[in-house]
Design a protein around this ligand. Structure first.
Ligand SMILES: Cc1cc2nc3c(=O)[nH]c(=O)nc-3n(C[C@H](O)[C@H](O)[C@H](O)COP(=O)(O)OP(=O)(O)OC[C@H]3O[C@@H](n4cnc5c(N)ncnc54)[C@H](O)[C@@H]3O)c2cc1C
Length: 318
């Protein structure tokens, strides 16, 4: 059935996702009178709601726990009139025209039209899927060395992965921790030669090839790791307090496939220094378009940019 346009809600600025990028976009869009509507998705508040301590977001000298920080961001967005709705965007049909109206479906049944769309759907870190790993997430198992490495200063940790991110995070951790055990599944790292060289020339990183995690040890917090050699089947236990998983991220952009330009992994491509996508009036910010930095503050920064880009776009077509 084709629904007539005048029965469908028209939104000036639709924001998809409620992490730091989405709420910051909402703060700016609301103050610019774009009357933004945020759809929260399955994880209201985004990735930071899964962590306890956030110590590196400016403005919190004593640190803050992730869920509290995201409530603050939501309240700040609502203060200026942002409407926050629980709901998942399930389909989109973006216009190719300048000034065109974008069609969006929420929860498979609610059609919406939007003059501008800000995509801030974030990304999800990949985990190994072991029950012991899932149980100890937040208790010593982390997917972000830059976020959580500091808490393991002077301790022994392990990192899983063999790509550029794993190599970079291993060298980052090596500056803070006394020893970093790196587990690489294959016989060599996938990281660039330069990164491999950095790892291999860092004395407190010990690389174990053909090795994966058999079990993360510990009741409430990580106390150790049992690793297994994939070739020999030999198992070895080591004492560690932190386990970092660096096997990649998946941007939450599947619903935009075929609608918007993205790279082979699914990160949305934006033009130059802006948040503009290949569709007029559609902007992308935060981890959904950032495979480099993946921090709350950088997500917030690009959220601000997306709202400014949306405002300028609307002004230009008025
Ligand atoms: C355990 C952990 C600890 C971290 N610690 C820190 C830290 O200390 N400091 C730091 O700077 N960074 C930290 N990070 C990274 C930080 O959380 C991310 O960089 C940041 O949250 C990215 O923000 P975002 O707004 O782009 O996306 P996200 O926070 O990922 O939010 C995405 C939002 O999009 C929504 N969404 C997805 N799909 C849809 C859809 N189809 N429809 C509607 N909504 C949708 C989700 O529900 C969610 O609300 C941590 C990450 C993790 C996982």
């Amino acid at each position: 059935m084709i629904v007539m346009s005048d029965t469908i809600e028209r939104i000036k600025c639709l924001i998809i996702g409620s992490g730091p990028a989405g709420y910051t976009a909402a703060i700016y869009a609301a103050r610019a009178d774009l009357k933004p509507v945020v759809y929260t998705g399955m994880e209201p508040g985004g990735q930071l709601t899964t962590t306890t301590e956030v110590d590196n977001f400016p403005g919190y000298p004593e640190g803050v726990d992730g869920p509290t920080m995201m409530v603050h961001l939501q309240q700040q967005a609502e203060r200026f009139g942002t409407e926050v709705r629980i709901g998942m965007v399930t389909a989109v049909e973006f216009s190719n025209e300048v000034g065109g109206i974008h069609k969006v479906t929420v929860d498979n049944n609610k059609p919406i039209e939007a003059e501008t769309v800000i995509i801030s759907t974030g990304a999800s870190a990949k985990y190994l899927g072991l029950p012991s790993e899932q149980r100890l997430r937040g208790g010593g198992v982390s997917a972000c060395a830059v976020c959580d490495g500091f808490f393991y200063k002077g301790q022994e940790v392990a990192i899983v992965g063999g790509g550029d991110t794993a190599a970079e995070e291993a060298t980052y951790l090596a500056k803070l921790c006394t020893k970093v055990t790196m587990l690489v599944r294959g016989g060599q790292m996938r990281a660039s030669k330069a990164m491999q060289h950095r790892v291999n020339s860092t004395p407190n990183i010990e690389v174990h090839y053909h090795t994966e995690v058999d079990e993360v040890l510990g009741d409430q917090v990580v106390e150790g790791l049992r690793m297994v050699n994939r070739q020999t089947g030999e198992k070895e236990e080591i004492a560690i307090t932190g386990l970092f998983i660096a096997i990649g991220h998946k941007p939450n952009t599947d619903i935009f496939k075929g609608q918007i330009d993205m790279d082979e992994v699914g990160y949305i491509l934006t033009h130059g220094k802006s948040t503009k996508t290949n569709k007029h009036g559609v902007f992308a910010c935060g981890d959904a378009q950032d495979k480099e930095y993946r921090q709350a503050v950088t997500a917030a920064g690009t959220g601000c940019m997306a709202a400014l880009d949306a405002e300028r776009y609307l002004a230009s077509i008025d």
